[in-house]
Design a protein around this ligand. Structure first.
Ligand SMILES: [Zn+2]
Length: 311
């Protein structure tokens, strides 16, 4: 398809609910502007769309998304930056926006998996509700360091669906040696402000300043499967299961030592170098562990030898 033909097909599709207009007809009008009047394609497109808007007696807002003209895409199939797509998804989770320019941020889910979404304040969109399913027309894909997300924008159409979209199981399993524990693991403090839960750095929340934090346990681990490394997050429950150290015990350890980092050190000593099989959903580059199993073979061959000799 030529460039003009593509534009024409998109425009005809956009107006299919409002006007009886064929792609051929649109292409003719574009062609005439571009070839005879030397109007740049973008401008020709705008001009043709405007004249159809007039003809249909509608505003541009009423067009966008509607019939779409975009590809209906599954979240997990998104692998291109800055592509306009339509998705049907459930709002799995909403997070507290970190900036005033962000109206909503959270996770969408569909059959294929989950993906982060973001809506900006300037787009003035109706709010999405957690747990509800929507057809979202005209969203733009975004890529940051290999992680994809979708951005809602001023032209995004939001239609609540009667049916509930099933969110597929995008669990993954990683098997390998736990080679490192990242800082911010062990006994941590979280911001107690409603809906915040950010991890405090030196008693401060990046959003709420100095606050009386709430203790929690977490491990950010690096697992090497022999081919690549995976970052795995263990929440409190999984951390307790993995280490056998419960929150109260961790607090006691920290109090005795007058130092919270002792918990991380203790966990590091217990875990690093051993093999694990971890299963859980992926979120961007993280695996969120919801099952973990320690495998028998220690990572270090030398360790095996020492053990063998001592038997
Ligand atoms: Zn906070």
């Amino acid at each position: 398809m030529t460039d003009l033909r593509t534009h024409a097909a998109e425009i005809a599709d956009q107006f299919s609910d409002h006007l009886d207009v064929s792609a051929d007809e649109v292409e003719e009008r574009l062609e005439s502007l571009v070839s005879e009047y030397r109007v740049p394609v973008d401008e020709a497109r705008r001009s043709v769309v405007n004249s159809y808007l007039d003809e249909a007696g509608i505003e541009r807002d009423e067009l966008a998304g509607g019939a779409g003209g975009n590809e209906q895409t599954l979240l997990n199939d998104i692998d291109e930056d800055e592509k306009w797509v339509d998705v049907r998804a459930k709002v799995v989770e909403l997070w507290e926006p970190r900036s005033e320019s962000v109206a909503q941020v959270g996770l969408l889910g569909d059959d294929s998996g989950r993906m982060k979404f973001i809506a900006f304040t300037t787009s003035e969109l109706p709010e999405l509700e957690e747990g509800k399913s929507y057809a979202l027309g005209n969203v733009v894909t975004d890529e940051y360091q290999g992680n994809f997300s979708v951005k809602l924008n001023r032209t995004t159409s939001i239609t609540e669906l009667d049916e509930e979209i099933e969110v597929g199981d995008d669990s993954t399993s990683v098997e390998g040696a736990l080679v490192d524990i990242q800082s911010g693991s062990g006994l941590i403090k979280r911001c107690p402000e409603e809906g915040c839960t950010r991890v405090l750095q030196n008693g401060r929340c990046s959003e709420h300043g100095s606050v009386e934090g709430e203790f929690d346990l977490r491990i950010k681990a690096v697992v090497d499967d022999g081919e690549e490394v995976h970052e795995v997050i263990f929440n409190r429950e999984m951390t307790e299961e993995l280490t056998g150290i419960e929150l109260d015990e961790a607090k006691q350890m920290a109090m005795d030592a007058l130092d919270t980092t002792i918990v991380e050190e203790e966990m590091r000593g217990d875990l690093v170098g051993f093999y694990y099989r971890v299963t859980g959903p992926t979120l961007g580059r993280y695996v969120l562990a919801n099952e973990v199993e320690r495998l028998r073979e220690p990572a270090d061959a030398e360790e095996l030898l020492i053990k063998a000799r001592s038997m």
